[in-house]
Design a protein around this ligand. Structure first.
Ligand code: FAD
Ligand code: NAI
Length: 476
């Protein structure tokens, strides 16, 4: 007889494992099935985020930033470094240790919350809402389980260029980009999106000659225009060559290099040969082998599991969260949905505010925003006031030696309610939290301007940007 659970979660990425923990906290019996495997055959819970996404990319961004600081910034502090070198193998081994710590942390949390973890591939094998849904698990923990509720959290996978499969030798997806064994002399990147910019930055800082080829004519179209302009200038200074309006014609991998032919924005043919090529042109939802058809689970034309605003699928008591459903492919969005679904299953009122999901790009300068951009507000016909404050006028930024960028706050012209916050500069990833809190509490720019911010701190730039909305900055 199959084991019966209140909730079965398919996928142990940030959407799935967090949903499992919250459901267990609420007193439900929970199983979580995940197929990610580390060397030696051990499970590696945490999904894309932990294994080949957020965590390892931030580990490499940190290592490469230390290297760049030692090479370029230390001198100004009176620190001379001679014989600076990078041991890529050691850097990658550290990254792998950071990943393993996170895998082990999640495995510990499963034990702590008495969640039954099953290592293997889960698929729908039948059932219904009344008797429970039956899931088959194939792999190390081969079994069959029955669950009253199922949460699909199967995530996403990289999208290849048509006709150019990833070989993770010359043509790299995100996993390959995080595991290049030595600094390539030349690195091509297709796609100036989040992965392209983060991974391009890692290898540029370590000395690679990086060329980024982007299809769209505008750089970072989702970001506020002024932020995108400032970031582009900084990336150019770092030597990242970014070509916009590119149409890739041909990619030809060979033994030692990969040749790329493209048309530039003027329609002229261009070619280049790179030691490695990262292709980061977006991701596609992961529903292969899920058995959706066995139970009639609706998957839309782009492969996403179709859900309503509360993550309900077309099947009663079957839910889906994270990258496998509509909305931004972000770990914190997946987590919020996972918590909300667990709470709904337990009879509560889970809630996700999609208007305040922050975006962060962990380049140097970091880029972060929440809410609407100036161009969106103009397009929506919203009357707004804008206030900006540059880090060049912030004491902490000067002491840090990193004065690139600014904080911008956009507020409704009539009510002063904050509609967006945009940061490009040091620790933008941390500063943005104040904007999220402010927007969640319906704060005005005046509210931020009246709050005491520690001195000297980067957060004073946020207060000054709020003051700037009313044209009364104190330090500019
Ligand atoms: P996933 O993390 O993809 O997890 C899904 C899990 O389900 C996987 O373990 C998968 O193997 C498993 N699975 C799939 N099908 C089955 C099945 N049938 N049976 C069993 N298991 C199955 N987001 C951020 O917010 N911040 C960042 O800094 C960030 N950096 C990123 C960097 C890179 C290089 C990449 C690629 C992504 C990054 N992301 C980042 C995005 C983030 O990783 C995803 O949004 C997040 O992982 C989505 O979580 P998820 O739980 O929906 O899916
Ligand atoms: P992306 O959507 O961020 O960027 C893809 C880029 O490729 C876009 O600019 C697009 O115009 C371009 N593109 C598409 N087709 C192309 C083609 N044929 N030729 C040239 N350019 C082309 O996707 P990316 O970078 O692959 O990342 C996937 C997702 O992972 C992101 O959307 C994000 O949700 C998540 N992520 C989040 C991170 C973070 O939060 N810091 C870090 C990395 C990834």
């Amino acid at each position: 007889m199959s084991d019966i659970f209140d909730v079965a979660v398919i996928g142990a990425g940030p959407g799935g494992y967090i949903a499992a923990i919250r459901a267990a906290q609420l007193g439900l019996s929970v199983a979580c099935v995940d197929d990610w495997t580390r060397e030696g055959g051990k499970p590696a819970p945490g999904g894309t985020c932990t294994n080949v996404g957020c965590i390892p990319s931030k580990a490499l961004l940190q290592s490469s930033e230390h290297y760049a600081h030692a090479a370029h910034a230390f001198r100004d502090h009176g620190i001379d470094v001679t014989g600076l070198s990078i041991d890529v193998a050691r850097m990658l081994a550290r990254k792998d240790r950071v990943v393993a710590q996170n895998n082990d942390g999640i495995a510990f949390l499963f034990r702590k919350h008495k969640i039954r973890f099953l290592h293997g591939r889960g698929s729908f094998a039948g059932g219904n809402a009344k008797d429970g849904w039956t899931l088959a698990v194939e792999g190390a923990d081969r079994t069959e389980i029955v669950a009253r509720h199922v949460i699909v959290a199967t995530g996403s996978k990289p999208r290849p260029l048509p006709g150019v499969p990833f070989d993770n030798d010359r043509v790299l997806d995100n996993a390959g980009a995080l595991a290049i064994a030595s600094v390539p002399a030349t690195l091509g990147v297709v796609g100036a999106g989040v992965i392209g910019l983060e991974m391009g930055s890692v290898w540029r800082r370590l000395g690679a000659d990086v060329t980024i080829l982007e299809a769209l004519p505008a750089f970072l179209g989702a970001a506020d225009e002024a932020v995108a302009r400032e970031a582009r200038k900084a990336f150019a200074r770092q030597g990242l060559a970014i070509h916009l309006g590119v149409s890739i014609a041909e990619v030809t991998p060979a033994r030692d290099a990969v040749a790329v032919a493209w048309k530039d924005e003027r329609g002229e043919a261009q070619t280049a040969t790179f030691e490695r090529l990262i292709v980061a042109i977006g991701r596609v939802p992961n529903t292969d082998g899920l058995g959706a058809e066995a139970v009639g689970l609706t998957v839309d034309e782009r492969g996403f599991v179709a859900v309503d605003g509360e993550c309900r699928t077309n099947l009663p008591q079957v839910w889906a969260v994270g990258d496998v459903v509509r909305g931004p492919m972000l770990a914190h969005k997946a987590e919020e949905e996972g918590v909300a679904v667990a709470e709904r299953i337990a009879g509560g009122h889970g809630h996700v505010d999609f208007d305040t999901v922050p975006w962060v790009i962990y380049t140097s300068p970091e880029i972060a925003w929440v809410g609407r951009t100036e161009q969106q507000l103009r397009a929506d016909g919203v009357a707004y006031r804008s206030g900006s404050f540059p880090f060049s006028a912030n004491g902490r930024a000067r002491a840090l030696g990193d004065t690139t960028g600014f904080v911008k706050i956009l507020a409704d012209a009539k009510t002063d309610r904050i509609l967006g916050m945009h940061v490009v500069g040091p620790y933008a990833s941390e500063l943005i939290a104040e904007g999220v809190v402010a927007m969640e509490f319906g704060a005005s720019s005046e509210d931020i301007a009246r709050i005491c911010h520690a001195h000297p701190s980067l957060s004073e730039a946020t207060k000054e940007a709020a003051l700037a909305v009313d044209k009364r900055t104190l330090n500019l």
